[in-house]
Design a protein around this ligand. Sequence first.
Ligand code: F3S
Length: 284
Amino acid sequence: MEVRKAKSAGFCFGVKKAMDTVQEQIEKNQGKPIFTFGPLIHNEEVVKSLQNQGVEVIHSLEELKALQDGIVIIRSHGVPKSIYSNLEERGLECVDATCPFVKRIHTIVEKESQAGKQILIVGNDKHPEVEGIKGWCVTPAIVIESVEEAEKFSYSGEKNICIVSQTTFNYNKFQEVVEIISKKAYNVSVVNTICNATEERQTEAKKLAAEADVMIVIGGSHSSNTRKLYEICKEECKETFFLQTLDDLHLEFPKAIRLVGITAGASTPNNIIEEVQNYVRINF
Ligand code: F3S
């Protein structure tokens, strides 16, 4: 039986950078309180392990306002500009671990909205990344998540529209939304801000699942990119399993397996992926 791990499984560039930043801060600032604004990544194991090393999570602006002292790390999803001002006003040290691909969107929307354009974000309005992007627009942004919403959309404003996307949005869906908005004859400029890491991971997972007899997807239960991976794999391979850690692995594998495929979401640490991979190799 072969066990094959997808090359793109696990931390993406932005998440890896955020993790390295936190570790660096822990080493440099022994004894100083360290916080992350929101959980650093969508993986409970990682958040717990950081808590054990003294890194606490701040969940809201109110909690942030109550802080007297410490270092606040901005996670890879990014935050609204007002959070930086708040930290600065109160003299709290801010370490920015926003993914550079997300930072690029902040720069675009700030510049374009300052130039008088209406910003339209294609993405999930409730996702922290979109919350962050909205907070860099100098005038209120519009958020559209689906083709249906794009069809219903009507705009009576005079401004030219600038469209950007949440980094993890599906490329085909983004194109469809852009086409619909463009047909409505607004003066539209489009910046494709989708990050390749997500698309590459999904394409590779789909291909591997199509070949595999059993497919294992590892990731946090709150991680939307892991759930999406699971759905993609399940469509290709009936025997697809979702696990957070090795403890969830109580598999009854079907007989005569030739290939077990393994992939993992962007916030799944390598050690968890390796544990699962080794366990499957040894025990089945
Ligand atoms: Fe950044 Fe792309 Fe990861 S935007 S956080 S590298 S999925």
